[in-house]
Each structure stands twice: as C-alpha cells, then as structure tokens.
Design a protein around this ligand. Structure first.
Ligand code: NAD
Ligand code: FE2
Length: 360
C-alpha cells in the first residue's frame, strides 16, 4: 500500500489503473483501490485487454484516460497488462497510428513528446516488463507482434512485491518462470561484450535454479521473492538481446494464441541444444550457475527437460496444440521474428523447421 502515499507525494490524484480481466477481480486490487479512495484519490480502472494484447486495446484504454481526465498511469499485472499500460503511456501524447512508433522500423525516433507519469506493479514473475522500456502489441488483423520502444517508457517507479504473486496458479508460475529463465540464458549467450548483463543473467539463473520448482509446487515467500527478482534481472540482462528460443516461441502466440512463457518453456531445451556447438565455454558457465557437476551443454539441455518435467511442462509441442500442418507457417514467422538476429549462431528457415519438427 505504498502507492497512495507515492502518488500524493508526486501531486498525482487521478490514476488510470491498467490491468487485465483476471487481475481486476483479485482481492489485492480491490483493497488497493479502496486504499486509494480512502486517501481521496480518484481511481479509474481499465482492464479490457486481450491475452496477447492488440492495438485496439491500447486505443480503448487511451479513450478512458481522456474521458476520465487522468493524470498518470499505473500498470498492474503480468506482462500483457504492463505492455498495454506502457503503450497507452506512449499514446497519450503521440496520436499518430500506434505502429508508426514500431521500433523495428526505426519508429522510436518519432517518440519525441513527453509521456505521463508511469508506474508499474508486476503480479507475475516472468517477463520483467516492469523494468522494461518496450511494449509488445499485436496487429488486430494480422496478429503480427510489433515493438514499441523508447527510454521514455521506463517506469518512474516499480513496486515489486512478491506477496502479489503468492496466489499465482502453478501453471502460470511454471510458464512465466521459464520465460524468465529463457531471458537470462538467451541474454547471456548473446555474443556481445557486456559483463554487467552477463553477471546479472548468471546470478538470476542460479536464483531460478534454487526457486522455480518450489515456487510452482510448494510456494513460499522466499521462492516467490527469488522468482520476482530473477524475472526483473532477466529484463535488465536482455538489453543485450534474445535469441532462437524467443523466435521459435513468438509464432506460437501469433498463430495459436499460446501463452508466451509456455511457448518458450517447451522450446528452450531444443533451442539451447542448437546453440551448444562453438559456445561450449558459455554453457560451462551456465552449468556452474545451475550447480551441475558436468559442465557440458548436453547436461544443461538435460537439466532443462527435467526442470520442465518437475513443473509439468510438456516435452513436446504436439502436447500444446501444434500440428504438422502448422510447421511451414511457423517456420516463416520464426524467420521473420526480431529475436534471432542476436542469437550467437545464425538460424535459417531450414534450421527453424528442423527445430520445430524435432520438438513436435
Ligand atoms: N515488454 C516486454 O519486454 C515483454 C517481454 C516478454 C514478454 N512480453 C509480453 O508479456 C506477455 C506475457 O506476460 P506474462 O507471462 O506475465 O503473462 P500474462 O500477463 O498473460 O498473465 C498470465 C495470466 O496470469 C494471470 N495473472 C496475472 N497475475 C496474477 C496473479 N497475481 N494471480 C493470479 N493470476 C494472475 C493473468 O490474468 C493471465 O491470465 C505477452 O503478451 C508477451 O508478449 C513483454
Ligand atoms: Fe519472453
């Protein structure tokens, strides 16, 4: 309940809370809204967002901000809600078509105006979007994911409270936790001189190793805290970039609406196996962070399969609705994805197809 005093200290009294339909019904949100109202803060909540958020969600939230004359934006939820909150923050003073600001087309140069005061409160431990500067929003029709990016979109303050994640269902904890692990492993493998991000990524990998299985099967405050901080660390580390696993995962969300974390979780052992050759020394460092006795890449891959087993993530894509007939389209989408150009090894369309077939 530090939000109310923070808003008042900053002269803010008309927040727009941006969340999702599930989180909007959780007790802590009702309590938070009551607490704000008791402090004479006027609260408006927008929660009409899709599972994989689309542009029209952002436009609707912006209308609420305008009509209700809000003075700041508080994103509360998982990565989806935080992405919409961040995109609304951008849109308030940037009213051209939202995708004009698409970072992949150099649209960040058009982010020239100020943005409203933006606050984030994560309720999942996965994307680390609370400390990010980008929002992933899909086109309503094509479902293609676009990235809106600007340093201006960094939250002014983050309230990262593990108590808000205590009630996360096991399957969401598992999927989001594997997303965090993927961020840290992929960021570490990006071939770039960035010892600070690398150190953060390795420490976060250790935290996840110590905590994810417990957070899923027998959650306590320590495991939840470790996962929340490791997720946030992943988002810091992946300023270096991501890699092949995220490019395998993104098309599953676009085509089949698969949850982002789950898509990464099933693909990560296969993507990591692909990366071993030539980068054995890096896998040895990951193996040490995972406290594995054998430092080979193959042992890291085995560890990933076994971790997935422990947290009920299937080993095969067919178990999450992928069919043979999807493979060609998935391979096209994966090749067009923005993540793999940072992968330490180049990935061709043929490679993507082989990886999908292996994982099927
Ligand atoms: N901006 C970025 O840098 C970035 C990075 C990675 C992923 N993403 C995006 O983030 C999204 C995925 O985010 P996510 O993995 O956090 O999932 P999510 O936001 O979709 O949340 C997963 C589910 O958990 C529910 N939930 C959230 N908090 C809860 C709580 N405390 N208790 C019970 N249920 C709760 C949500 O309602 C939802 O149904 C994707 O859209 C992805 O594209 C963004
Ligand atoms: Fe991710």
């Amino acid at each position: 309940m530090e939000l109310g005093p923070y808003l008042l200290r900053n002269g803010l009294s008309r927040p727009l809370i941006v969340t999702d339909p599930v989180v909007s019904q959780l007790n802590f949100l009702t309590d938070l809204v009551k607490d704000l109202q008791n402090r004479n803060i006027s609260v408006e909540t927008f929660y009409g967002i899709h599972k994989n958020p689309v542009k029209s969600d952002v436009y609707q939230g912006t209308n609420v901000f305008d009509e209700e004359e809000r003075d700041c934006i508080v994103g509360i939820g998982g990565g989806a809600a935080l992405d919409v909150a961040r995109a609304i923050t951008l849109r308030i003073h940037h009213r051209e078509d939202l995708f004009k600001y698409d970072d992949l087309k150099g649209g960040d140069v058009f982010v020239t105006n100020e943005v409203p005061h933006f606050i984030t409160i994560p309720t999942t431990a996965g994307t680390g979007s609370e400390v990010g500067r980008s929002a992933i929003i899909s086109d309503d029709e094509t479902h293609q994911k676009k990235i809106l990016f600007s340093p201006k979109l960094l939250a002014r303050i983050v309230f990262a409270d593990p108590l808000l994640t205590m009630e996360l269902p096991a399957f969401i904890t598992a999927a989001t936790g594997m997303d965090a692990l993927t961020h840290n492993m992929e960021a570490f493998l990006v071939n770039m001189f960035h010892p600070m991000c690398d150190g953060i990524a390795l420490k976060a990998i250790s935290l996840i190793h110590n905590s994810l299985e417990r957070a899923v099967n027998k959650p306590d405050l320590e495991s939840r805290s470790n996962m929340l901080i490791a997720s946030l660390m992943g988002a810091v580390a992946f300023q270096k970039g991501l890699g092949v696993v995220h490019s395998l995962a993104h098309p599953l969300s676009s085509l089949l609406d698969t949850h982002h974390g789950l898509a990464n979780a099933v693909n990560i052992p296969y993507g990591m196996e692909y990366n071993i050759e030539g980068f054995e020394y890096k896998f040895a460092e990951i193996a040490r962070a995972l406290h594995l006795e054998d430092e080979s890449g193959e042992t890291v891959v085995k560890y990933l399969f076994e971790l997935n087993d422990q947290i009920n993530i299937p080993r095969k894509l067919s178990a999450i609705g992928v069919k043979q007939e999807h493979i060609e389209t998935l391979a096209d989408l994966a090749l067009a994805d923005f993540a793999h150009p940072n992968n330490p090894k180049p990935v061709s369309r043929e490679d993507f197809k082989k990886l999908y077939l292996k994982a099927l």
